[in-house]
Design a protein around this ligand. Structure first.
Ligand SMILES: Cc1ncc(COP(=O)(O)O)c(C=O)c1O
Length: 473
C-alpha cells in the first residue's frame, strides 16, 4: 500500500495523484457520481470554506458538500464534541440509550415547536434517503395509502423507495420494480413557467393543476363519494435543492397545504438539503407559514461528520401506539458520534445569531450576483433565499438553458488555475436544475464578506473562461 508522505516535491505529488486515480479507475465502482466529471478530482485537506488538493492549491467551496457542511470544514466546536465522545462513548448499539440521542431529539422537537408550534417526536436513521423511507412507512401506516404526490424537479434520494418519489425517470430506468411511483405535479418555477416570470400567475396555475385532481372522479386521484384521496402524502422541498434552488412564491405553500388538508393528504417537508439555517431559518418551510405533518432531515445536522438523519412527526402520527417498537431500524441509526456532532451543531445554531446573519450575507451575495449578471447576459436568472443561491446559465439570449456552459464552469473551477490578485486557486461548484444548467451555491454559513467578494470575482473569471472555451464572444 502506498502512503503519501507529508513533504513531497510537486512532480512526486503529481505522480502519486496519477497512481491513485489509476487505482480508482481499476478498483472503485463508477456507479456513484464521481464520474459525472470529465476528470475526477482528488482532495487532500479541508478547512473553513476551502478544500485543498494534493499540491496544496486552495479551492473556495461554494457548495459545501451539497449543503451538508453548513458550519464550515473542520468546525472547532463540532470537532471538540466528537473528540469528547470518542474518549467517552464512541460506540453503542442503537438498541441502548445514550444521553446525546435524547438531548438531540429534545432540541429538534423544541426547534419544530418554535418554528411551527407543534409537538411531536424524532426518529433517527443514517442517510437522507433512509429517513425518507421511514417517512414513507410512517405515512403508509398512518393513512393506509401507498401512493404519494411529489414535485417535478423534486429530489428525495436514490434508494428504491426514495427514487419512486423522485421525479427523474433516469434514476429508475435500469432498476426494475420500485415502490409506487409518485404522481409528479409542477412546482412554481417562475423563471421558466409558461407565464414567463409572472409569479402570481405561475402560483395560480400550479395550484389549479393540483386542485384539478379533485374536480371529478376520473382524474384517478380520489373517490368523490367518500372523499377519500388515493394519496397518503405530498412530499415537498420548500426550496427545490437538486432541482436548482428554486424559491416558490410566498403564498404558494399556504394554498397547497390547505388543499392537502381538505383531502386528508399529509404534508411531508423534506428539509434534508435546505434545513439547518441554509435559508436563514432553521427549517426552510418556516418562511412559508405552513405546518408540515412530517419533517425529514439529514446532511448538515452533523456538519458532514458521522452521518445521521431522521424524521420529526406530529405526535398522533408517531406516538408509540401507532409507530411501535421495530417499525424501522438500521444498525448505525442514532450512532453516538453522529448524535454528539448533531447536538454540537444544534447548540451552535441556537447560540449563533444565524437567523439574521445568513439573511444579511445572502442579500449581500445576491446583490453581487446581480452585478455579475449585468456583465454576462448568459446568466438568465439569479435568485435564492438566505445562502441557497442560484445562477441559471443560458445561451446568449439569456433564456434557453445551456448545460454546456454550466458544465464548463464546473470543470474550469476544478482545474485550480484561476489567478486572482496573484492568488492561484480553484472553485468548487455544483450544477443542478431541471436542465442541469443551474450553478447552485451553498457556501458555508460562516463565509466572510471578503470570501463572498472573492467568490464573485472567481465566478466572473470561470464564466469568462467557460465562454471562451466554447468559442462564445
Ligand atoms: C432534498 C433531499 N432529499 C433527500 C436527499 C437524499 O439524501 P442522501 O443523499 O443523504 O440519501 C437529498 C440529497 O441530496 C436531498 O437534497
Amino acid at each position: 500500500m502506498n502512503r503519501i508522505p507529508a513533504e513531497l516535491a510537486p512532480a512526486q505529488l503529481r505522480e502519486q495523484e496519477s497512481l491513485l486515480l489509476e487505482k480508482e479507475g481499476r478498483y472503485c465502482s463508477h456507479g456513484d457520481t464521481v464520474h459525472y466529471a470529465e476528470s475526477p478530482k482528488l482532495f487532500d485537506r479541508c478547512s473553513g470554506s476551502y478544500l485543498y488538493d494534493l499540491q496544496g492549491t486552495e479551492y473556495l467551496d461554494l457548495q459545501m458538500w451539497y449543503s451538508a457542511v453548513n458550519l464550515g470544514y473542520g468546525n472547532a466546536a463540532v470537532t471538540e464534541a466528537l473528540s469528547a465522545q470518542m474518549a467517552r462513548l464512541p460506540q453503542l448499539a442503537c438498541q441502548y440509550l445514550h444521553r446525546e440521542k435524547i438531548e438531540l431529539a429534545e432540541m429538534i422537537c423544541e426547534s419544530v415547536e418554535r418554528g411551527f408550534g407543534m409537538k411531536g417526536r424524532v426518529h433517527f436513521n443514517v442517510g437522507g434517503a433512509q429517513a425518507i423511507e421511514d417517512a414513507l412507512k410512517l405515512v403508509r401506516k398512518a393513512t393506509g395509502r401507498q401512493r404519494m404526490l411529489a414535485f417535478q424537479g423534486g429530489y428525495h434520494g436514490r434508494t428504491l423507495g426514495a427514487s419512486a418519489i423522485t421525479s427523474s425517470f433516469r434514476y429508475r430506468e435500469a432498476f426494475g420494480e420500485f415502490a409506487d411511483r409518485a404522481e409528479f405535479l409542477p412546482f412554481p418555477y417562475v423563471f421558466r413557467s409558461r407565464f414567463a416570470g409572472d409569479a402570481q400567475r405561475t402560483e395560480d396555475w400550479c395550484i389549479e393543476e393540483f386542485a384539478r385532481l379533485f374536480e371529478h372522479e376520473y382524474t384517478g386521484a380520489w373517490n368523490p363519494k367518500t372523499g377519500r384521496a388515493e394519496f397518503g402524502a405530498f412530499f415537498v422541498e420548500a426550496i427545490q435543492g437538486t432541482g436548482g434552488y428554486i424559491v416558490p412564491p410566498k403564498n404558494y405553500f399556504r394554498r397547497l397545504a390547505a388543499l392537502c388538508r381538505e383531502h386528508g393528504i399529509l404534508l411531508v417537508d423534506d428539509e434534508i438539503q435546505m434545513g439547518f439555517h441554509r435559508t436563514g431559518r432553521m427549517w426552510a418551510m418556516e418562511h412559508f407559514d405552513v405546518q408540515p405533518d412530517i419533517i425529514v432531515f439529514g446532511k448538515a445536522l452533523t456538519n458532514g461528520m458521522n452521518p445521521l438523519s431522521g424524521i420529526w412527526a406530529r405526535e398522533d402520527l408517531i406516538s408509540p401506539a401507532v409507530f411501535g417498537p421495530g417499525s424501522t431500524h438500521s444498525t448505525f441509526s442514532s450512532n453516538t458520534l453522529g448524535t454528539a456532532a448533531g447536538l454540537a451543531v444544534m447548540r451552535i445554531l441556537a447560540d449563533g445569531g444565524y437567523e439574521n446573519e445568513v439573511g444579511r450575507k445572502g442579500e449581500y451575495f445576491l446583490a453581487k450576483l446581480r452585478q455579475l449578471q449585468a456583465s454576462h447576459r448568459e446568466i438568465g436568472d439569479v435568485g435564492g433565499l438566505g445562502l441557497a443561491l442560484r445562477l441559471e446559465m443560458c445561451e446568449k439570449d439569456g433564456m434557453r438553458p445551456s448545460r454546456a456552459l454550466a458544465d464548463r464552469m464546473f470543470q474550469i473551477g476544478l482545474q485550480g488555475d484561476l489567478a486572482i490578485d496573484g492568488r492561484k486557486m480553484g472553485l468548487v461548484l455544483d450544477i443542478g436544475g431541471y436542465y442541469k444548467n443551474v450553478v447552485t451555491l451553498a457556501p458555508s454559513l460562516r463565509i466572510t464578506t471578503a470570501e463572498i467578494d472573492l467568490a464573485v470575482r472567481a465566478l466572473d473569471q470561470v464564466l469568462a473562461r467557460a465562454k471562451e472555451s466554447l468559442g462564445w464572444r
